[in-house]
Design a protein around this ligand. Structure first.
Ligand code: SF4
Length: 295
């Protein structure tokens, strides 16, 4: 019997950075808030709340408190509004998200019709859109493209998308445009998590994908894994049903970029318990077979 974890699992650089910035800032302030959840993991957001870092959804609720901008960034107009308040702003936007915003603006200034591949309702995409003037097309994938001819097209992605979807989008647009410029803004942390998930899914009989149900990159891992094997997307060990592992010997675990280590360890240990192998319980993510962060 084996329970292995995908080589790249759990917190990415941008999430670690955002949480560290928030915790550091909280040491110097009695009351501090994040505008929207700092990352898409309800358990981590709840833990930060217990340490006094509360999340509010609207700028009207800020009430002059120092404000942390979350890893996904905020709309341009929201940033201007915060600056107008004259409050302290701790910008925890992931540098890769900021870079995508800059590159989208360059495409727009150079006269490209910008197409964003991503979820139009995701905060990162809403923020990205806000930096662009004029018409912007937002699609999840190639099937949503409008059936019309374009001149110059500039393609940019939400950082947590999948490279195959991007390739399909470009492929479809070749016959619909004179010129295409593609800026691949899928971040490395996303790519390596997807690749190591595929690698492990191919060797497993069941895959457990751990992370927020609202986490774009975790949902993508679950979608990819389902192409290969029976897959369950859970947030915590409480959702696990031991029957999933009946008569199975190779179990795989993977976790989104916003999933804390402690949740991954709890899930691993619950699976081990289900399989009657409690002596293989671990205390740290590094002790789960297969784990090796190599970003
Ligand atoms: S997934 Fe990538 S872009 Fe998103 S926070 Fe992590 S490192 Fe940054």
């Amino acid at each position: 019997m084996s329970v292995r974890i995908a080589r790249n699992s759990g917190f990415c650089f941008g999430v670690k950075r955002a949480i560290n910035l928030a915790l550091d800032a909280a040491k110097n302030h009695d009351s501090i808030i994040t505008l929207g959840p700092i990352i898409h993991n309800p358990q981590m957001v709840q833990k930060l709340a217990s340490e006094g870092i509360m999340s509010v959804d609207d700028t009207k609720e800020i009430n002059n408190r120092p404000t942390i901008i979350r890893s996904h960034g905020v709309k341009k107009e929201t940033l201007l509004e915060l600056q107008d308040f004259g409050i302290e702003i701790i910008n925890a936007t992931c540098p890769y998200v900021s870079k995508a915003q800059e590159q989208a603006q360059i495409l727009s200034k150079e006269g490209y019709q910008v197409i964003i591949m991503g979820d139009k309702d995701h905060p990162e995409v809403k923020a990205l859109r806000s930096y662009l003037d004029g018409e912007v097309i937002i699609v999840e994938n190639a099937s949503e493209l409008p059936a019309k001819k374009f001149g110059k097209i500039g393609i940019i992605c939400q950082t947590t998308r999948n490279i195959t979807d991007l390739e399909n989008l470009v492929q479809k647009l070749i016959s619909q445009s004179h010129e295409i410029r593609v800026i691949n803004t899928i971040c490395n942390a996303t790519s390596v998590r997807q690749e190591s998930t595929v690698e492990l899914a191919k060797q497993s009989e069941v895959m457990i994908v751990i992370g927020g149900k609202n986490s774009s990159n975790t949902k993508m891992l679950a979608k990819i894994s389902k192409n290969f094997v029976e897959t369950y997307h859970i947030e915590t060990e409480r959702e696990i049903e031991c029957k999933w592992f009946k008569d199975k010997v190779n179990i795989g675990i993977t976790a989104g970029a916003s999933t804390p280590d402690w949740i991954i360890v709890e899930v691993h240990n619950k699976i081990i318990k289900c399989m009657g192998n409690i002596d293989k319980k671990v205390d740290n993510i590094e002790d789960i077979p297969g784990f090796k962060e190599d970003e």
